[in-house]
Design a protein around this ligand. Structure first.
Ligand SMILES: Cc1ncc(COP(=O)(O)O)c(C=O)c1O
Length: 464
């Protein structure tokens, strides 16, 4: 194997909090002895893996490597890098950080956007594949499936409500050529929560054995570890929580050790298609990832407070936040599932015990579960717009997952590319607003949403 191939297939292995840290080659051999002895937690891995001090200069923070090409001492003899599209020190460093913090990950691949990661993994399925996708998928993913992969690759998709579909309904959706199940959980923007373990079990039991991919953008590697729940691939729009500062567009795919061959195929496509991120963006995203655990705790605590206060407002019909039990049987089921699927490191944060968590019930007062909330207001488009423009601290803007709070109107903004009839069926009505709760002071955010709801709906003091 050439040195560059060897390098490009290095990755970091971990299996949750009780992991063996180590940088491995594709043959599974540990090559970084320093990590062997440690059973480091999430935040420690986020800060240290991929960020080892520079051996030449001692620099604690990796330098930004802007060179597009690398000296060879003889033809084909180099230090692991030839040309920056096929490999770059900052990209490699970020990829090993990602493979480490996404529990169960061994291979990380960074792309120029989340959408580029989506395109690359769907390309890897070859001609005329069938996929099953959650119906309420991110609008851009829906557009790629329908307008690009269907038209150019012959990809056929069955969209299903994977939250409510029975085992039989899911199983019946699989075909002979089903190559992939696309899960987003919670979905964007209606926050349907999918039981990844159940879907992975159904996929494995079907003769076509489709791979299960989870877009983990909304929960980030801090709240959810899909690979530990049976998923084969995790996808992220790093643009959101992982970078966390709304200044980088980037995406990633992370795979476990048993998918070395598929990871190699994706690595080939990453280089061949060429939708790779810049060295500077990789450096920024890696810096962002170092505080992911701190930010996610703050996002979760603030979102829980905002969700609870909004629930009491007469101007609010429904608050969708999986961390609270809500008022219906369906929302209580969602809350129980959210509790059950928390990542090992998040279990510690919410105050649960790793030993008894699996059999415990969620706390009645709710628990932090990332920073995304969807709200159905009393009224329609007019009230939604008034709410969004009355907010003082939440900025009316697309995107999510940054330190600053954002709010948007899915029907006309992020999900405008979904046909109105489909939006209606999905529950993306004119009165739906989506909040990305940031890490500002909790009481300021709470006061802001309360005044905006009251201004928009003409309602007064809260229900209880
Ligand atoms: C859940 C989800 N997946 C994927 C994407 C696409 O990522 P990007 O905008 O980085 O291409 C987004 C973007 O909003 C998203 O919200």
């Amino acid at each position: 194997m050439s040195p560059s191939l060897l390098f490009s297939s290095t990755s970091h292995v971990n299996d949750g909090d009780a992991h063996t840290n180590g940088v491995v080659h594709s043959n599974g051999q540990l090559v970084n002895g320093y990590q062997k002895a440690h059973q480091d937690g999430f935040g420690t891995r986020a800060i240290h893996v991929g960020s080892e001090p520079n051996p030449e200069t001692g620099a604690v923070i990796p330098p930004i490597s802007l060179s597009t090409t690398y000296k060879q001492s003889a033809i084909g003899v180099h230090k692991g890098f030839e040309y920056s599209r096929s490999g770059n020190p900052n990209r490699n460093a970020l990829e090993s950080t990602l493979a480490s913090i996404e529990a169960g990950g061994a291979y990380g691949l960074a792309f120029a956007s989340g959408s580029a990661a989506t395109a690359t993994v769907l390309q890897a399925l070859g001609p005329n594949p069938h996929i099953v996708s959650v119906n309420d998928v991110y609008g851009g993913t829906f557009r790629y499936i329908r307008r690009v992969a269907a038209e150019n690759q012959g990809l056929e998709a069955t969209f299903l409500d994977l939250e409510s579909a029975s085992d039989d309904e899911v199983f019946a959706a699989f075909k002979e050529n089903t190559k992939l199940v696309w899960i987003e959980s919670p979905t964007n923007p209606t926050l349907r929560l999918i039981d990844i373990t159940r879907i992975a079990r159904l996929a494995r039991s079907h003769p076509s054995k489709p791979l299960v991919l989870v877009d983990n953008t909304f929960l980030s590697p801090f709240y959810s570890s899909p690979l530990l729940l049976g998923a084969d691939i995790v996808m992220h729009s790093l643009t959101k929580y992982v970078n966390g500062h709304s200044d980088v567009v980037m995406g990633a795919l992370i795979l476990p050790a048993e998918h070395a061959a598929f990871a190699d195929k994706l690595r080939f496509l990453q280089n061949a298609i060429g939708s790779v991120p810049s060295a500077y963006d990789c450096w920024l995203a890696q810096r962002g990832a170092k505080t992911l655990h701190l930010r996610m705790k703050a996002h979760g605590k603030n979102a829980l407070a905002v969700a609870k206060v909004l629930e009491k407002e007469p101007g609010v019909l429904e608050v969708v936040y999986p961390g609270i039990p809500g008022k219906t049987e369906a929302s209580k089921r969602k809350n129980a599932l959210a509790w059950k699927v928390l990542a090992p490191h998040a279990i510690k944060f919410v105050g649960s015990s790793p030993e008894t968590h699996a059999t415990s019930a969620p706390p009645a007062e709710g628990f932090p579960f990332s920073g995304m909330i969807s709200v159905r207001l009393r009224g329609g488009q007019e009230e939604a717009e008034k709410f969004l423009t009355s907010l003082r601290l939440f900025t009316l803007a697309e995107s999510l997952g940054g330190v600053e709070s954002l709010a948007e109107h899915p029907a006309e903004m992020t999900h405008g590319s979904i046909p109105p009839a489909d939006r209606e069926l999905l529950g993306i009505g004119d009165n739906l607003v989506r909040l990305s709760v940031g890490v500002e002071e909790e009481e300021d955010l709470v006061a802001d949403v309360v005044q905006a709801v009251r201004a928009a709906t003409g309602t007064g003091a809260s229900k209880a």
